[in-house]
Design a protein around this ligand. Structure first.
Ligand code: NAI
Ligand code: AKG
Length: 397
């Protein structure tokens, strides 16, 4: 078996090394790939070949991938939850410090001084009053979205002495356990914004979060507040931010998504989508994605898919595995097992899971599966895809 993996962005070599080259061909240009690994490349207008059986996002956000189209085709999309969360947290903390202490303005001031010797020292001392800042302990921070990144940001800010509140109606039990006890629960986005001198956004870009921070909500923030956006550009109404800065209401906008309008503004700090760009985050994300893709392509297991159910079934000794992906509708398992029975196949183990419109069955059959049986499975109405993985398990002793 040889599997072809196409990369659409630079992916850490430590991750790609998890794909053994006797089994995998990995390249940025290839025809008919079995899977695609990417970071921020925009796949929405891409012609995705029919050969693709998986997409792996080496990161968190999947708004650059046509999820609905992939679900309709029966293609799982994976991401790497939490793999880059510490990197983003550290940049958010940097952003808070850059804005609280006016560091970039102060640095620019010094860079532009042309005097020397004693005159330089005098100018330094005379000029520094323009850059007086504030300290973080006691300041209020509101975190919108308490997922992998948001919880890290909230906990770190609290450890620095800030008074932190958070809003996330969909917080997972796991993230609720990770959250420091002192982080207060805001009742709504409006409630959070009206009580926060710093607001940091950590929600995915979906229909419900597009334009989440608008002119009305910016007005709720205290005068002199700082907004940090390391989520996605479209979550914030950029014109409203520029207006609020011009009115002297918002003090700083710190974000990871530059635009023509934002660039050059003295109270906007934009970084080149740098949140996840550390050695550690790039390695973690690529390793996680490579391992998950291997588990899916070779064994049929699904971990951390955003459009497919979690499905993990240890291979049965001496069995041959069939993976069936179908629309989540009644009587599919019955039809799948009947089709196999018609070909005298005995089922050794079976797992069926569903999520939204998609269902997946992992079927371990105790002998090699005939092509006729596979054709019959593929012909069942509602089946989107059938994959025959063959003998994947240990040999019985
Ligand atoms: N700048 C960068 O390089 C990076 C940016 N990101 C962005 O940050 C986002 C969050 O990343 P993670 O924390 O890893 O994702 P996550 O999936 O762990 O957390 C997202 C959280 O947002 C919550 N949420 C969704 N809609 C909400 C709403 N309307 N109000 C409040 N909470 C809401 C969810 O319940 C979830 O707990 C990503 O989707 C991505 O867009 C993530 C990593 C790197
Ligand atoms: O891979 C990157 O550099 C971007 C990371 C990111 O935005 C994400 O993980 O959502």
């Amino acid at each position: 078996m040889s599997l072809k993996i196409q990369t659409l962005n630079n992916i850490s070599a430590r991750g790609l090394d998890r794909l053994p080259r006797d089994l995998y061909e990995v390249a940025s240009e290839m025809s008919e790939p079995d899977a695609i690994i990417l970071r921020s490349a925009n796949m929405h207008n891409m012609d995705i070949p029919a050969s693709v059986r998986a997409i792996g996002r080496a990161g968190a956000g999947v708004n650059n991938i046509p999820l609905d189209k992939m679900t309709e085709r029966g293609v799982p999309v994976f991401n790497a939850p939490g793999a880059n969360a510490n990197a983003v947290k550290e940049l958010v903390l940097s952003g808070m410090l850059l804005s609280a202490r006016n560091i970039l303005g102060a640095w620019k001031y010094v860079e532009e001084l042309t005097s020397t010797g004693e005159d330089l020292k005098k100018e330094v001392e005379a000029g520094k009053k323009k850059f007086k800042g504030v300290e973080l302990p006691g300041r209020t921070l509101g975190v919108i979205g308490l997922g992998a990144v948001g919880v890290n940001v909230a906990n770190a800010a609290q450890a620095l002495g800030m008074a932190v509140s958070g809003f996330d109606p969909g917080i997972t039990i796991n993230n609720a356990w990770r959250l420091s006890a002192g982080v207060a629960e805001a009742l709504s986005v409006d409630d959070l914004m009206s009580g926060s001198e710093f607001v940091s956004l950590h929600v995915p870009l979906v229909d419900g979060t597009r334009g989440l921070v608008n002119a009305d909500r910016l007005k709720l923030m205290p005068k002199g507040a700082v907004l940090l956006n390391f989520s996605r550009a479209e979550i914030v109404d950029e014109d409203a931010v520029l207006e609020s800065l011009a009115e002297g209401h918002l003090k700083y906008y710190v974000c990871d998504f530059p635009s023509e309008k934002l660039r050059g503004h003295e109270r906007v700090i934009t970084l080149p989508h740098l949140g996840a760009s550390t050695d550690e985050a790039e390695d973690n994300s690529a390793i996680m994605i490579a391992d998950q893709l291997r588990d899916w392509l070779e064994v049929g297991n699904i971990r951390n898919s955003v459009n497919f159910p979690e499905a993990i079934m240890p291979p049965t000794a001496n069995a041959h595995r069939v993976v069936v992906i179908n629309k989540n509708q009644p009587n599919m398992v019955g039809q799948i097992t009947s089709a196999l029975a018609r070909h005298n196949h005995n089922i050794a183990d079976l797992l069926n899971k569903s999520k939204g419109e998609i269902a997946l069955s992992l079927v371990d059959v105790d002998a090699e599966v005939a092509q006729g049986a596979l054709d019959e499975l593929a012909a069942i109405s509602g089946v989107l895809c059938v994959r025959y993985l063959g003998a994947i398990g240990p040999k019985a002793g």
